[in-house]
Design a protein around this ligand. Sequence first.
Ligand SMILES: *[C@@H]1O[C@H](CO)[C@@H](O)[C@H](O)[C@H]1NC(C)=O
Ligand SMILES: *[C@@H]1O[C@H](CO)[C@@H](O)[C@H](O)[C@H]1NC(C)=O
Ligand SMILES: *[C@@H]1O[C@H](CO)[C@@H](O)[C@H](O)[C@H]1NC(C)=O
Length: 692
Amino acid sequence: MAAERFLLMAVAAVVVAAGGGGAAEFAYDGFRGAGLSLDGMAAVTPAGLLLLTNDTNMASSQQNDTAMSKGHAFHPVPVRFRRAAPGAGGAAGGEVPSFSTTFVFAIVSEFLDLSTSGFAFLVAPTTDLSPAMPQQYLGLFNSTDNGDPRNRVFAVELDTVRNPEFADINNNHIGVDVNSLNSSAAAPAGYYDDADGAFRNLSLISREPMQVWVDYDAATAAVTVAMAPARRPRPKRPLLSTNVNLSAVIAGTAYVGFSSASSIVLVKHYVLGWSFSLGGEAPALDYAMLPRLPRIGPKPRSKALAVALPIATTATVLAAVAVGFFLLRRRRRYAELREDWEMEFGPHRFAYKDLYDATDGFKDRRLLGAGGFGRVYRGVLPGSRTEVAVKKVSHGSRQGMKEFVAEVVSIGRLRHRNLVPLLGYCRRKGELLLVYDYMPNGSLDRHLHGGAGEPVLVWARRLHIIRGVAAGLLYMHEDWEKVVVHRDIKASNVLLDGEMNGRLGDFGLARLHDHGDDAHTTRVVGTMGYLAPELVRTGRATTRSDVFAFGAFVLEVACGRRPIEEEEEEEDGRFVLVEWVLGHWREGSIAGAVDARLGSEFDAAEADLVLRLGLACLHPSPAARPSMRQVTQYLDGSAPLPELPATYVAFEGGEKHQHQQALFDSWSVWRTTSTAAMSFATMSDIGISGGR
Ligand SMILES: *[C@@H]1O[C@H](CO)[C@@H](O)[C@H](O)[C@H]1NC(C)=O
Ligand SMILES: *[C@@H]1O[C@H](CO)[C@@H](O)[C@H](O)[C@H]1NC(C)=O
Ligand SMILES: *[C@@H]1O[C@H](CO)[C@@H](O)[C@H](O)[C@H]1NC(C)=O
């Protein structure tokens, strides 16, 4: 019996190569035994479903395997799209003829209302799409070749994210893509009902199977796309139709198939059946033969109640009242704040309930740390089992909230191996929750200042971390589409991933406090000792003030001491790291400032470079500081670090030029404010954050 069924399934895939014309036609009612050419995450399930993605991007990025964060499936035999038309000759080798395809799919996200990617039907000159990127690139293109006519890729995307960078119309659309993710034409998912001609919305992530038809008409060079819920006839009026001459796009011989990519939440893209025809209409799918989707989750609760209530007894009424109380309490517990303007940030929005469940209700034992900006909890997202760090930031007013969330979402698209990925956010009354990738080795602060029990970080590791943080900061300052100022660089905001790479976290958070609870006072944010003099003066953060903070960070890592420490023996009760290192430098023994716990276990030339670089970054005059690009060049030795500028402030007496006097004054202000501020709140900032 089973063997018979298997045979039927296998036979369901019919490939007809009709003579010399190169016409191809096939139909898969399920994919068992189909022999598709698969790569990456794509797989055929035992039931015969084509599963394009089966993982989150985080899981695969932790394995450092970009191939595994995408999935492609192709009909195994390439299709000859170009007949050598009699008399046509020439390089074009004839026109691409009409073709037609249809498929039934379903998108199943671990969250009912959230998906962070999509998938596409595609025609490509090769099955090797290894240069393509995951996430919003759908495994089709990458940031360099998107839009390049040499791609020769035609695709129809089913996209569940609105990406402004590709001018997407919404987070639930179908688009016709020619060599680019910037669709030539797009329409919200849905169909025109034959009965009354009205448009009916369809939600791509509804978990319901739906069917799509794509046709290319060579005579008019037009692509039409239609869709409908599965088992419904094809709507007479197509969803969208656009003119594009595919003769200029599709290669003579090309592969047809599907492409998808993983993203931050677990989303499974299933194809249940698929047919294709070159020169004719795609064969109809046999719905009875299509494999079934696995059942997802428990049965909806409302159904159970509907059965229970008619047979109500006193006991069940009491139970219903209890359920009512339970639901009411539940509603309060999980209440969150959601406003209209957040619609467009949908994909980055987490449900409070999911975060509550992920962190065991924000139990203290899940606490990773607490600092100036809030408490951080460790959690595991239900479904994908992804480990996350959830930061709770209390926020009194909603002023500036919209801008801030927009910025967080935008910054959330920053992707760099030295930045902690920000996955999304959630909002409640007076509270903002930020969801980050979990970093197993905690904050650098703990490793540097952890106390007697902690093993001492070796020099090579310290240098590696400094280089990593410099690379992450360079990306934020110069290599991303927008300039992002971090505003709060310090050891406790540098986290260590599984391989002990330094990653900058908490970017943009300082900005939230800029929009502070009390709009009348402009509070300077950041952490004293890392704040550039001009920032203390003007309150304006720039890339140059980030460089200053980076300089303080570099000295902190190399010397194992905080930028400013309370100390009895010092004359004014303060130890100021930069002055101490400057002192060593003037005496010609700068390496003497290196963390004493390292003994002689460090490279003297490297230490000399790192410490002088730290001082250069800490120059009181912003213009005299190097840019992050220069910093990385000095660190990797591709450019020599210049001698410290002669105008570098000299603390001890003597004649000062006017310019030097100005710097000295600015430095004195910095020293006074920085050290005076030590006495109150910031102590907790420096002392506690990330310390647990
Ligand atoms: C998808 O992933 C799950 C969990 O890793 C695994 O059990 C399952 O076999 C995978 N499915 C396929 C079709 O590979
Ligand atoms: C379809 O969805 C759009 C956007 O969500 C909405 O504006 C429109 O009213 C919906 N139309 C119908 C018929 O439900
Ligand atoms: C499409 O382009 C080909 C050559 O690239 C041309 O021969 C053909 O006429 C065009 N089709 C239409 C409908 O314009």
